[in-house]
Ligand binder design. Structure first.
Ligand SMILES: Cc1cc2nc3c(=O)[nH]c(=O)nc-3n(C[C@H](O)[C@H](O)[C@H](O)COP(=O)(O)OP(=O)(O)OC[C@H]3O[C@@H](n4cnc5c(N)ncnc54)[C@H](O)[C@@H]3O)c2cc1C
Ligand code: SF4
Length: 328
């Protein structure tokens, strides 16, 4: 590991100032992603700013929804009674991630900004445009079984690895960020960036911007929501594909639907075209498969990951069957 300065912040404002004044400085929340990357020499921040003790934890109930502090632990949020009852897809996504020990340390803000598990990114002997811009992408002609089929290009085909953000996309969450201009709110789908020509820029935050909270609104479709994760082993494994879905049912039809996919794209993949097709449809095999076909219509497989396309379609059908319950 490269030598670095470790500084403890005593307020959000001081944390931001301490990061802002050093190029490449990083926040330390739970450290479960950052320290791994530093040990591997993938990230070499000259300064690490400890924010873990700031008063930004907890789930706060509001009249129309909840505000989840950025430093709330993944396990605490998953086990919160309101989250489990009103946003089940979020609780399920959090509980499907990592291990109990990691979930106890990992925070909501850090989970959002976790970096890809592409092994060519995490091993410094390989070429990787995300790690060293312009160096090339060894995954293109390498072993790309785990890589993206949506939202990718020849600059980068890495998947966004997290579970929680996929559920948050299906739940229309907003992320609250403190920056130089004060506090601003970003729709979850606007937080993550497609690779374009700059795969090293993964999110819309400026250097020093601090995530302070995630906000969710109560809605019928959020209450009837689920997260389905398909992976190589039953626990302690990232998603090969995942699907988060919420529906509002009325009079035997789907009044509205929300659908997002994980494990298949460079960002959490929200699928409005499938949602539009589901709205007003009678729940059932035909509508579900149609939505799944639409969701994967633009998929581009690489040498080893074509199986993800059919797997994702089946995951969508399965999670729709599940959220529609007896109505299907
Ligand atoms: C073995 C293993 C298995 C895992 N499996 C899964 C899995 O199956 N599913 C899954 O979703 N995740 C998985 N993870 C990832 C894990 O969920 C993340 O490491 C964790 O959520 C990151 O949170 P943290 O608080 O530890 O972040 P940190 O490591 O502290 O920070 C991560 C990044 O976010 C930045 N950051 C942190 N907080 C803020 C903030 N408030 N504002 C702005 N920037 C911030 C940091 O500077 C850093 O760049 C796994 C991790 C490991 C090590
Ligand atoms: S897929 Fe992206 S992260 Fe992986 S090696 Fe290529 S550029 Fe790097």
């Amino acid at each position: 590991m490269q030598p670095f300065e470790f500084v403890v912040a005593d307020s959000p404002a001081s944390a931001r100032a301490l990061v802002r004044e050093v190029d490449g400085a990083r926040y330390y929340a739970g450290g479960t992603t950052l320290v791994d990357l530093m040990k591997g020499g993938v990230e070499t921040p000259p300064r690490v700013v400890d924010i873990s003790h700031l008063a930004l934890a907890g789930v706060t109930l509001r009249p129309d929804g909840v505000r989840i502090g950025a430093l709330a632990r993944n396990s605490d949020v998953a086990n919160d009674a309101t989250i489990a009852a009103r946003f089940p897809a979020l609780a399920q996504a959090l509980l499907s991630g990592a291990s109990g020990q990691i979930r106890n340390a990992a925070t909501i803000g850090g989970n959002l900004l976790q970096r890809t598990r592409c092994s060519y990114f995490r091993e410094t002997r390989w070429n990787c445009n995300k790690r060293i811009p312009g160096s090339g992408c060894d995954a293109l002609a390498g072993f790309n079984r785990g890589h993206a089929v949506l939202g990718a290009n020849d600059a980068c085909i890495a998947t966004y690895p997290g579970d929680m953000a996929v559920a948050l996309s299906a739940l229309s969450a907003h992320v609250v960020v403190e920056g130089d201009g004060g506090e601003r709110t970003i729709a979850i789908d606007d937080l993550f960036l497609l690779p374009g020509d700059t795969p090293q820029h993964e999110h819309a935050l400026a250097h020093g911007d601090l995530i302070v909270a995630v906000e969710l609104r109560f809605a019928a479709a959020h209450e009837r929501s689920q997260y389905l994760k398909v992976r190589d082993r039953a626990s302690y494994e990232f998603a090969l594909v995942s699907a988060a879905c919420g529906v509002e049912l009325a009079g035997g039809t789907i009044r509205s639907a929300r659908l997002a996919l994980g494990g298949v794209a460079t960002v959490p993949w929200h699928v409005p075209e499938a949602e539009d097709a589901l709205a007003g449809a009678a729940p059932g095999a035909e509508a579900f498969r149609h939505a799944a076909e639409l969701a994967l219509a633009g998929a581009v497989p690489r040498a080893h990951n074509a199986f993800k396309i059919e797997l994702a379609k089946r995951a969508i059908v399965r999670v729709l069957e599940s959220v529609c319950g007896g109505a299907a």
